[in-house]
Ligand binder design. Structure first.
Ligand SMILES: O=C(O)C(=O)C[C@]1(C(=O)O)C=C[C@@H](O)C=C1
Length: 94
């Protein structure tokens, strides 16, 4: 028998909550990275690191649905937001 649609959507809602809760934790760590960079006068944008993040994730997690292109787009979006946030934190109290 087919699963109940409402139950399946509840599972999706629960997973979406987990995804964004984990993403918020990622931003908390990014904030600490920004503080480190500010203290050590390092540039916010580190292209080599961003390329490495995408390459690693696309290798480990690629599947029929999650293609390397999808993973790359998703993480470029996330990391561009991280850069925006880092710039605002680094500029704060300057
Ligand atoms: O690893 C860093 O240096 C970070 O600032 C974190 C992060 C990321 O979101 O993963 C963000 C900006 C940098 O360009 C590289 C990576």
């Amino acid at each position: 028998m087919a699963e109940d649609l409402a139950q399946l959507r509840q599972q999706i809602d629960d997973l979406d909550d987990q995804v964004l809760t984990i993403l918020a934790k990622r931003f908390e760590v990014v904030k600490r990275v920004a503080a480190y960079k500010k203290e050590h006068k390092l540039p916010v944008v580190q292209e080599d690191r961003m390329a490495g993040v995408v390459t690693r994730l696309a290798t480990v997690h690629k599947s029929a649905e999650m293609t390397p292109e999808f993973i790359s787009k998703l993480y470029r979006l996330i990391m561009n937001q991280a850069v925006t946030a880092e710039n605002s934190w680094v500029d704060e109290s300057n």
